[in-house]
Design a protein. Sequence first.
Lengths: 68, 197
Amino acid sequence: MSLKAFHIVFVTASILLAFGFGVWSLLDYQDHGNTAELVGGLVSVLVGFALIIYAKAILRKLKNISYL
Amino acid sequence: MDIPYVVQPREDTGLFNAKVGIWLFLASEVMLFGALFSSYILLRVGSINWLYGEAKDLNVWLGTANTAVLITSSITMVMAWASLKLNEFGKFKAYMGATILLGLVFMVIKAFEYNAKFHHGHFPAAHTFYAIYFTLTGLHALHVLGGMVVNSFYWGPGSKMWKTDPVRFTNRVEIGGLFWHFVDLVWIFLFPVLYLL
């Protein structure tokens, strides 16, 4: 597996974490009403979407490099 | 006699020597961290006074910042390798330098976290949670440090190889990148397990 393939695996895990952390923060905000958790949750979800866009861009950039 | 497949991949496997070597090494690392994660689960399930939520006294925001730092460093690492593939040595230096600096930022934030723990008397002997917390994060931090040493060599004296054998140098950076990604992936699992759950 090349660095390209491993990077895609890593970015996928990061996207899942970003959305997971976003949900965790927003649920915590519901319980405690802490504004920082609301902002953190929303930023985390946005980072998740940004990472999806990044994954598409890096795949285009590295299209000539093997997955092996 | 020259050692074969140092630069060019072997016909049947499609891999050069170092790539086989790093994946064997990473397999052993999976076993090491896997055993510690298993220990964490067993200790947590078997404990009658496990620490949850705020009782853990962990700073979730510092942990989040460190997660962002490591994700960014993986991006700069792959960009450093891609720059070599595209024959842009100047960009490689910039991206690899950024990767090393981000590793340093991670270590500084981790040092602040450890310092706060020690100030509050949260030593490994204080509670089973802190024992496994310091073991997992300490071992991970040592791996980050090791990756920084290797990346610094690629950025500094090791980069001379770019002039004499650019393909081999690019392969070396890819191997370093695989290790760096593994270390960052471990943190992606460590962060929610220790800080959020």
